[in-house]
Design a protein around this ligand. Structure first.
Ligand code: 5GP
Ligand code: ZN
Length: 117
């Protein structure tokens, strides 16, 4: 069922505490932790506790949680002391998504002037 924990999902296991992570922020509905393979000096993942395959599916089903995800992403940037950062939602394997539990990457702490958009 949508929103239920998935036994084969690495991020559901991090939410449950079954896989360790460097957790920065935790609310009743959202968790922020450092990416295991950082691509920037600040590289944090913000995820909902509930399992949806991507951020759009989360937003369609539980818009309040999706809003909290964005608010927490901003709080992470503030906590990390960065004003300029990128939020990335890879959606689909062809766009680089490798973990199919909704998440946003918070990337910053270095110049990122090049952009596709
Ligand atoms: P995606 O490519 O799906 O947008 O992002 C998934 C991210 O999850 C990758 O940047 C990857 O490094 C990170 N990741 C995968 N497994 C783990 C893990 O077990 N712990 C942590 N902290 N990050 C992980
Ligand atoms: Zn999951």
């Amino acid at each position: 069922m949508a929103g239920e924990p998935q036994s084969d999902c690495v991020f559901c296991k991090i939410v449950a505490g079954e896989i360790p992570a460097t957790v920065l922020r935790r609310t009743e509905r959202v968790l922020a932790f450092r990416d295991i393979a950082p691509k920037a000096p600040v590289h944090v993942l913000v995820i909902p506790h509930v399992h949806y395959p991507n951020a759009a599916a989360l937003g369609a089903a539980e818009p309040e949680v999706a809003g909290e995800l964005l608010a927490e992403a901003g709080a992470v940037a503030r906590d990390e002391g960065i004003e300029d950062y990128r939020l990335i939602f890879n959606t689909g394997a062809g766009a680089g998504q490798t973990v199919f539990h909704a998440h946003v990457h918070v990337l910053g702490g270095m110049p990122m002037n090049e952009s596709m958009v």
